[in-house]
Write a protein that binds this ligand. Structure first.
Ligand code: FDA
Length: 320
């Protein structure tokens, strides 16, 4: 109920206008968001790298409303590759397709994405296309496939959500195509005809899909994290849930799957202890580092995931 309300609020313009004016909201959001500028984000990545943790940078923004804004968002992404190279930090890039125009015009989005992937290819980077809510899944996977077919670049990966019924079939097909997958539970409120309503089912689906990704990777020769830390292994498990991580590690041990052929991913500001523990044990770990001024929907989804975050926000609001 509370989660549904917060996810509704994450898309409500009136709520965004109200909340982003509150300085306390910005303060609480700063736990998750690296800052407003690319320099802020590079600083956070550098600190992570010192601990042996890689990153993926995300310039916040989604559902752009005009071709000009989609173009500007594309330019912002292009800038990231140069900044990463110049700073010599270990990070690749994550983007949302509605940020670069998917909701406006698929051809405009394809043009923007092709430019981004060309730059990724030239700079030896990698682009992970984030997954948005279920109406976007076919379009997002279709766009990633179109890029691989027309440009032939390997350096693009996708995200699959364990809450969706369709995900097993998607992972099977992506395995045949050799497209790298980040597995997450799913951050959006989905209708009961497309997604598991119960958390326990989302969790067991996550465990099943983890095993399937590991099996797919074996069939592809267990590609490991690249030496420069940029190109991820085939399966990237994005979760802070220790039971899910334990399941993955148990399966890798049972099947003698190489430690460097799997990556654990977490969000900036969440479970730093677990990030460091896994990195110290020798697993590739990557932290998702978002930055920029469009932090409202991202922040509200983080509140929705954990009621304690909301209470923390409210108590700060009354303390200000
Ligand atoms: P779960 O929600 O069960 O949480 C497990 C434990 O983790 C909690 O008990 C708590 O300790 C901690 N935790 C989780 N969320 C927290 C929070 N917000 N604040 C504090 N503690 C928290 N989703 C999507 O739909 N599309 C995408 O492209 C991505 N991309 C993505 C990348 C990366 C690197 C990560 C880690 C996550 C995503 N997600 C995503 C979000 C994902 O779908 C999911 O909503 C969150 O990761 C929370 O789910 P957990 O797997 O952590 O489990």
């Amino acid at each position: 109920m509370l989660r549904s309300l917060l996810i509704y609020l994450s898309k409500a313009d009136w709520a965004r206008r109200t909340v982003t004016r509150w300085s306390v909201a910005r303060r609480v959001a700063s736990r998750f968001i690296a800052g407003e500028t690319l320099e802020d984000a590079i600083r956070v990545v550098r600190e992570l790298n010192k601990k042996g943790i890689n990153a993926t940078l995300d310039h916040l923004g989604e559902h752009t409303t005009s071709p000009e804004i989609a173009r500007r968002s594309t330019q912002d992404v292009l800038e990231m590759f140069g900044a990463i190279q110049k700073a010599k930090v270990c990070s690749n890039v994550s983007i949302k397709l509605t940020q670069i125009g998917l909701a406006l015009d698929p051809d405009l989005c394809a043009q923007n994405l092709a430019e981004i992937l060309r730059r990724a290819h030239e700079t030896g980077s990698f682009v992970r296309v984030d997954m948005e809510d279920s109406p976007w899944v076919d379009k997002t996977l279709g766009m990633a496939r179109r890029m691989r077919e027309t440009l032939g670049f390997e350096r693009v990966g996708v995200v699959i959500q364990s809450c969706l019924f369709r995900s097993e079939a998607d992972i099977r097909q992506l395995g045949e195509e050799g497209i790298r997958v980040r597995l997450c539970k799913g951050a959006y409120k989905e209708p009961a005809d497309v997604a598991y309503p119960q958390k326990a089912d989302v969790d067991s689906s996550y465990d099943r899909l983890t095993r399937l990704l590991i099996d797919n990777s074996r069939a592809l020769g267990c590609p490991e994290l690249s030496v420069d830390g940029i190109l991820p292994p085939y399966p990237a498990l994005a979760t802070h849930d220790e039971a899910r991580i334990d399941n993955a590690i148990a399966y890798t041990r049972q099947t003698r799957f190489p430690q460097r052929a799997i990556e654990f991913q977490m969000l900036n500001g969440i479970r730093r202890d677990l990030q460091e523990k896994l990195a110290a044990e020798g697993y590739p770990v990557r932290v998702y580092v978002p930055y920029g001024s469009e932090w409202y929907p991202y922040f509200t989804r983080r509140l929705a995931e954990r009621p304690a975050n909301l209470w923390f926000f409210i108590s700060n609001f009354f303390r200000k």
